[in-house]
Design a binder for this molecule. Structure first.
Ligand SMILES: Cc1cc2nc3c(=O)[nH]c(=O)nc-3n(C[C@H](O)[C@H](O)[C@H](O)COP(=O)(O)O)c2cc1C
Length: 210
């Protein structure tokens, strides 16, 4: 698949079938992740791949409890989800569904890393600089293989339990929690504003958004 087609259709997928994903496909996605750029080519990344049903189920229980409470609070403050715009409402419903069904989603990839750059005085900023490009490569490689993904920060909903369950050392940062599986909904097209809204040519000449 052409890389532009992959980018244009790489929607966040939050509904998956239960069909397994071959290990070779996950390996290919991980290979793509490790081809990403990083500060000084430091490659300060680690990927935890979770396919064990018991672990996924345990994560699902923890994360969906927090997601239910979060969405419940939004619902209460707004007087119901109907008060939200379509995109936000669908996103919230989708993320609640994804948390609940994590146990059935074939794989979860956690994009992690330690402070390694610059070598003489490593900073946290450069951890994220390495991990976000790697995460984006995961999304695009999966899309090119016909697999769905969703970039999430689910790790923040249960970081302590997640670290215990997966034995993640305290000095390892977690940038993304990415479920991977066969999509139960269609890919793309993406809803994005026109490129002209964002591009400043030869300097910042005023606010481009009307
Ligand atoms: C840093 C980051 C964090 C995100 N966190 C979540 C999340 O916790 N849960 C979720 O369902 N989606 C999450 N998303 C996905 C975004 O909601 C999604 O990419 C965005 O709404 C655009 O939707 P689209 O990719 O389908 O066009 C996250 C995306 C990014 C880049």
């Amino acid at each position: 698949m052409d890389v532009f087609e992959a980018m244009e259709t790489c929607r966040a997928i939050r509904f998956f079938t239960k069909e397994p994903v071959p290990d070779e496909m996950i390996d290919k996605i991980l290979y793509a992740a490790t081809r990403a750029p990083s500060p000084g080519n430091s490659q300060g990344w680690d990927f935890i791949v979770v396919t064990d049903a018991t672990i996924k189920q345990a994560l699902s229980a923890k994360i969906s409890t927090v997601m239910d409470a979060t969405v419940g609070a939004i619902q209460q403050s707004m007087g119901g989800l109907d008060a939200l715009d379509d995109v936000t409402r669908r996103m919230l419903q989708g993320t609640v569904n994804m948390a609940k069904t994590l146990g059935d989603i074939p794989a979860i990839i956690l994009v992690c890393g330690k402070k390694v750059y610059p070598p003489q005085a490593p900073t946290e900023q450069f951890v994220w600089s390495a991990l976000y490009p790697a995460a984006q490569n995961i999304l695009l490689a999966a899309r090119a293989l016909g697999l769905g993904t969703c970039f999430t920060t689910y790790q923040n909903t249960c970081e302590k339990e997640l670290r215990e369950l997966l034995h993640i050392p305290a000095d390892v940062y977690i940038a993304a929690f990415i479920p991977v599986g066969w999509p139960a909904i269609n890919f793309g097209p993406l809803a994005r504003r026109p490129v002209e809204d964002f591009v400043h040519r030869n300097g910042w000449q005023g606010d481009l958004r009307a």
